[in-house]
Design a protein around this ligand. Sequence first.
Ligand SMILES: *[C@@H]1O[C@H](CO)[C@@H](O)[C@H](O)[C@H]1NC(C)=O
Length: 161
Amino acid sequence: MRLLQGLVFAAAWISGPTAAITTPKPSEACSLKARGPLLHKLQDAAIKDFAQIFFIDRNPKKAFDKYVPGRYIEHNPNGLSGRENAISFLTGFLATPGLTVTNLTAYAGGGFGHMRFREGVKGEFDRVVSDRLKFEGTCFVEHWDVSQDVTGQETNPLAWF
Ligand SMILES: *[C@@H]1O[C@H](CO)[C@@H](O)[C@H](O)[C@H]1NC(C)=O
């Protein structure tokens, strides 16, 4: 994933030599102004990197500092808009003792970053979550999510996975 991102940025660098000296290393921060034929690849690399930092490294603040530079509109019914509200809630949640995150997929499409995963704490909760983050350039500015409880009593033996 990081390799892919490196390759994409290397390609952007090669095709834009005049920007090479003044442009900061793009992997250090998202860009609200990112445009052009590579945008989809940059967005796909961005949501994959966001998912890695957020869920695998378990560092929501770092993920938000890199990919949510300002405006952040929240549509989760239990949350409120604003970067700091999200960081504070998510930092607490990711620190939940025993929290597992599995079956994580992340990809970009249609101007959105999508993440789908299963999260739970044994004996407490088990659910499948789908997140949608709206891109502006390679940054995120808006969020929606839905979640569904896993009960173990599902009719469908192929439920979710
Ligand atoms: C979902 O995660 C579980 C636990 O890691 C794993 O055994 C299973 O193969 C995964 N399913 C899919 C479809 O990735």
